[in-house]
Design a protein around this ligand. Structure first.
Ligand code: EPU
Length: 441
C-alpha cells in the first residue's frame, strides 16, 4: 500500500533539530571504500533508502557491509571484489550508484555499470564522466544500456570539464587515485561533498590537492599505499537548509545543530534578505527565526558556492507567501520546477516559462492533496504544507525518504502536526521506510 504524509499546517515550529550526515557525500565515500583492500568504517551515515541501494550495489560487487544503528556507522570490507558489474536494477533506482564506475576502474581496471538515463528533473547526461575516464586511458564502450570501461593501465592526464559536474569530478577523482602520474581536473566542481571525498581518499593514502577549488590535482599512488580507514562524513547542508526554511515558513524560532554554517553561505544570505534572522550560536549551530512577512527575492541557481539547485524548491515555497514578486531561475537542470503545479493547487501564484519562475507572493496557502515528483520538489511541498491553512496530504513520499532521515520524527519534535499513513488510513507507520537493518542488507 502506498504511504502518504498528512500535515496540518499553521503550527509555529520551535525547538532544536540535529542534522544527519550528508547523503550526497556518504554515497560517494561508500564507493571510495572500494579502492582500499580491507575494512573501512564510515560514521554519521544517515538511514536512507539511497544508502540502502548503494549497499546493495557494493554487495553485488563482492564487498561485505554492515550497519550499526547505535553508532550510525557503516563498515565496508572491500578485501575481495568478486564482480565489476553494477546492474541496472540498482542504477535505475538511484543514479548516484554510477559513481562506482570510477572506483572500479581505479581498483580493477574494469567496470560494467548500467547507464542511469534521464530522470524527473532532467536529462542528466554522463558524457563528462566517460570522456574523463577515456582521457585516463580507459577504453569505454556503450553496449546494451551498460558502460563497459576497461584499461590496461591508467595514466594521469589534464581534463577540462565543460560544466563543473559534481558526479564527473568525483568519478574522475576516484579513477585517477591509482593512475600513473598526475591528473589535473580543471573547472572541477567545488561542492563540500567533493572536499569530503578528497579528505576521505587522502586519509586512505591518496594524494589529492585543490579539492574545494576549481582545479584539483590527483597525484597517482600505488595500490599498496592505500589502507582502509575510519572517517566521519560532513553534515547534510540540504537537510539543514530544509529545516531553516521550515522555521522561517512558520514564523517560528529554532536551533539547528550539527551543521557547517559556511556550507550554506549563499542560501543564508538570500534568506536574510527575505527577512529571516539567522545567527551563529557556536561553530556547528545556528538559530533561525522569522517574525514578519517575508519579502520577495531573486534567485539564480549555480554550482557551489552559488545558490544550490537542491534548495531552489525550498526557497520557492517561501517565495509563494512573500511580499512582492520573486524571480527564480534554475540554471542546472531543465526540469526542476516540478513543485510548481502542486504549489499552485495550494493557491500559489506562479508563472513559469522555461527555466524561469515568476512567483507573486500571496497572503496564505491552503492545504491540498499533493504529489511529490522528486526528492526536493517533495521537500518543498512539506514546507508549503507546514505553513498552509488546513490539512495537506503528500503522496509518493518514497521520493522524500531518499534524502530525509526520520523526517516525521524530526518535524514532530519541533512541533509539526505530521503523520505518515497508508492509503486506506488503517495503520500509522512510525518508522522511516529507508531504515537499515542491524545486520547486512
Ligand atoms: N551534466 C552533463 N554531462 C555530464 C554530467 C553532468 O551534461 O557528464 C549536466 C547535468 O545534466 C546537469 C548538470 O551537468 O544538468 C549538473 O550535474 P552534476 O553532474 O553536477 O550533478 P550530479 O552529480 O548528477 C549531484 C547531486 C544532485 C545535485 C547536483 C548539483 C548527488 C548524488 N547528486 O548530482 O543532488 O543536484 O550534484 O549540485 O550527489 C539531490 O540530492 O536531490 C540531487 C539531485
Amino acid at each position: 500500500m502506498t504511504e502518504k504524509i498528512r500535515i496540518i499546517g499553521g503550527k509555529q515550529l520551535k525547538g532544536e533539530v540535529s542534522i544527519s550526515g550528508a547523503k550526497n557525500a556518504v554515497l560517494k565515500l561508500m564507493a571510495a571504500a572500494l579502492l582500499a583492500k580491507g575494512e573501512s568504517k564510515i560514521y554519521n551515515v544517515p538511514e536512507l533508502t539511497d544508502v540502502v541501494i548503494m549497499l546493495n550495489v557494493l554487495e553485488q560487487l563482492g564487498a561485505k557491509t554492515s550497519y550499526n544503528k547505535a553508532e550510525k556507522s557503516l563498515t565496508i570490507d572491500a578485501t575481495n571484489l568478486t564482480s565489476v558489474t553494477a546492474g541496472y536494477e540498482f542504477v535505475s533506482r538511484m543514479r548516484a550508484s554510477f559513481i562506482v564506475l570510477g572506483a572500479l576502474v581505479g581498483r580493477c581496471k574494469e567496470a560494467i555499470v548500467a547507464l542511469p538515463g534521464g530522470c524527473a528533473i532532467g536529462e542528466r547526461k554522463v558524457d563528462f564522466h566517460i570522456r574523463g575516464l577515456e582521457a585516463l586511458g580507459t577504453n569505454v564502450k556503450i553496449e546494451n544500456g551498460y558502460v563497459h570501461a576497461k584499461a590496461r593501465k591508467l595514466v594521469g592526464s589534464d581534463i577540462y570539464l565543460d560544466i563543473p559536474s559534481v558526479g564527473a569530478t568525483e568519478n574522475i577523482m576516484l579513477a585517477s587515485v591509482l593512475a600513473e602520474g598526475s591528473t589535473r581536473i580543471q573547472n572541477a566542481a567545488q561542492e563540500p561533498e567533493i572536499s569530503d571525498l578528497a579528505n576521505f581518499l587522502n586519509a586512505m593514502g591518496a594524494d589529492i590537492v585543490g579539492a574545494g577549488t576549481s582545479e584539483i590535482v590527483v597525484n597517482g599512488v600505488k595500490q599498496e599505499d592505500l589502507r582502509p580507514i575510519e572517517y566521519t562524513t560532513i553534515p547534510d547542508r540540504i537537510e539543514a537548509g530544509t529545516y531553516m526554511a521550515a522555521f522561517i515558513a512558520t514564523r517560528g524560532k529554532g536551533i539547528i545543530r550539527n551543521i557547517f554554517p559556511n556550507h550554506l553561505t549563499f542560501y543564508t544570505s538570500k534568506l536574510t534578505k527575505m527577512g529571516a534572522d539567522i545567527k551563529l550560536i557556536d561553530p556547528t549551530s545556528i538559530e533561525v527565526s522569522c517574525k514578519r512577512r517575508l519579502e520577495a527575492v531573486n534567485i539564480i541557481t549555480q554550482p557551489y558556492p552559488g545558490f544550490p539547485t537542491d534548495l531552489q524548491s525550498l526557497a520557492m515555497a517561501l517565495a509563494t507567501v512573500a511580499d512582492g514578486v520573486s524571480i527564480i531561475t534554475e540554471s542546472l537542470y531543465e526540469n526542476r520546477f516540478m513543485q510548481v503545479p502542486e504549489l499552485r493547487k495550494m493557491g500559489a501564484d506562479i508563472h513559469q516559462e522555461r527555466n524561469h519562475s515568476l512567483v507573486k507572493g500571496v497572503k496564505n496557502l491552503t492545504g491540498a492533496n499533493l504529489r511529490a515528483s522528486d526528492l526536493r520538489a517533495g521537500a518543498s511541498l512539506v514546507i508549503a504544507s507546514l505553513m498552509a491553512n488546513g490539512e495537506s496530504t503528500i503522496d509518493n513520499i518514497y521520493h522524500i525518504d531518499r534524502g530525509y532521515e526520520l523526517l516525521e520524527d524530526k518535524f514532530r519534535m519541533i512541533g509539526a502536526d505530521i503523520t505518515r499513513f497508508t492509503e486506506d488510513d488503517s495503520a500509522i507507520i512510525t518508522k522511516n521506510k529507508g531504515s537499515l537493518s542491524e545486520s547486512q542488507l
